[in-house]
Design a protein around this ligand. Structure first.
Ligand SMILES: [Zn+2]
Length: 142
């Protein structure tokens, strides 16, 4: 049964560019730094250097000029959310007499570290969102 499913996914991957999993699973693949099309790992040379294509299914990541602007937007939103959560939690922990240092120091640390840490995750997440909206098998002519 599982071999049959694997064969079906391989066939879907070859014919459509995606292996036929649900959109939720494609998004989860992006959040966990796996290939949106096939789910394989090893998409990065190191933390900040992404390969040009998936080593297993050859999905090309940089699909057009300005492609990574979306990943920057995703990174900004994720980082802003973490920063806001840090400010709120730090403030609540500092109650009833909040001082600026217990709120500012962790917030600055998260504000500096989060965008750097989230860079590869935002790239794979953006790739998964694009793969859902514009599957690799339906490429534009440009
Ligand atoms: Zn792949």
């Amino acid at each position: 049964m599982q071999e049959k499913r694997k064969a079906e996914r391989l066939h879907m991957l070859r014919t459509t560019g995606m292996d036929g999993v649900s959109k939720t699973r494609v998004i989860l693949r992006g959040l966990f730094m796996a290939c949106a099309a096939c789910g394989s790992r090893g998409l990065f040379h190191h933390w900040w250097k992404m390969r040009e294509s998936c080593p297993k299914c050859a999905l090309v990541f940089d699909r057009s000029d300005g492609y990574w602007i979306g990943a920057v937007a995703v990174n900004t939103m994720m980082s802003a959310f973490l920063l806001l959560a840090t400010v709120v939690v730090s403030f609540l922990l500092a109650l009833p007499d909040p001082q600026w240092q217990p709120v500012l120091i962790p917030s600055v640390a998260v504000g500096v570290i989060a965008p750097v840490f989230l860079d590869p995750i935002s790239r794979t997440f953006w790739t998964s969102m694009v793969a859902i909206g514009r599957p690799p098998g339906k490429r534009d002519e440009n």
